[in-house]
Design a protein around this ligand. Structure first.
Ligand code: SAM
Length: 284
């Protein structure tokens, strides 16, 4: 490996389905490092085997990251080079690794990105939604109430929004998005990217919900949901922004009354402002 530096932590992206998507550099680094830290060592085994990579592996997942990072940092400080991989795609993107990278940088350990596949970026690149500004929201909270609050806070988001979603929650998430963002908001569902049953379906939130209600056999696999941001011209031309009005009223009034008055003043739906108010209160 060119310019290999001992004691370096490599953050290596791996395929999100199609093994051909691994980069030449990723293979080179995985073959050269002393050790591989993998989210799930059993899961990564077929990938490593496929590319004839045989290295000592250490598991580091969501539940043992804090404990494992100490061991990994020790290896790095002893001069070992380590590659971090996750089950699929780019580590740290809705995957473990953030604490490790932060601590490694605090210790002046060199951290090097070996970029490659990421479902969010792959989906955005083919969605046909604006790409000049976007926000990655990861997974929404699984509980309905918390999910509604999170979405209500995004009501005035003007960037394209990217969400990861589990197949069994897709319909209910599309339903909640329809309630909060409105039936006609543009969205895209990207399913099983780079795999056999890949599909990228765009339309309004209402049409997507209808499609998946009728095709529940397609509610399997991995999904990225993208929602277009609110039209900037529309939001700028409004004289009053509902969220701002709500903020002012919340300082003086009980939540329900503030939401009701903000709705009367701005014309925004009362239930949406109520969700937003609840979300703001629970964020405090
Ligand atoms: N680190 C990964 C990345 O870079 O995309 C994401 C890991 S996250 C735990 C897994 C989620 O990513 C899935 O539930 C799904 O929402 C999305 N995802 C991963 N692979 C995908 C694919 N091939 N097609 C669509 N979505 C995918």
């Amino acid at each position: 490996m060119q310019n290999e530096i001992k004691g370096t932590l490599y953050i290596v992206a791996t395929p999100i389905g199609n093994l051909q998507d691994i980069t030449l550099r990723a293979i080179e680094v995985l073959k050269a490092v002393d050790r591989i830290a993998a989210e799930d060592t059993r899961h990564s085994m077929p990938l490593l085997k496929h590319f004839s990579i045989s290295k000592p592996c250490i598991s580091m997942h969501e539940f043992n990251e804090r404990e494992r990072l100490k061991i990994i940092l020790e290896y790095l400080q002893q001069g070992e080079s380590i590659a971090l991989i996750s089950d699929a795609g780019t580590p740290l993107i809705s995957d473990p690794g953030f604490h490790l990278v932060r601590e490694a940088k605090a210790l002046d350990i060199k951290v090097v990105a070996i970029p490659g596949p990421c479902a969010a970026i792959a989906a955005l690149s083919v969605a046909g939604l604006p790409t000049d500004k976007f926000t990655f929201e990861g997974f929404l909270p699984p509980k309905m109430e918390a999910r509604r609050h999170r979405l209500a806070l995004l009501l005035h988001e003007n960037r394209s929004m990217i969400f990861y979603e589990a197949p069994h929650r897709l319909l209910s998430v599309l339903q909640t998005m329809t309630e909060i963002f409105g039936q006609s908001r543009k969205a895209v569902v990207a399913r099983e990217l780079t795999k056999l049953h890949e599909s990228v379906r765009g339309g309004t939130l209402a049409s997507l919900m209808e499609y998946y209600q009728l095709h529940d056999n397609e509610l399997r696999g991995e999904f990225v949901v993208l929602v277009e941001g609110i039209n900037e011209k529309v939001s700028e031309s409004k004289e009053v922004i509902p969220e701002n009005v709500l903020d002012i009223l919340l300082e003086e009034l009980p939540l329900k009354q503030a939401a009701m008055l903000a709705s009367k003043i701005t014309g925004e739906r009362k239930n949406v402002l109520y969700e937003m108010a609840l979300a703001k209160k629970s964020d405090v």
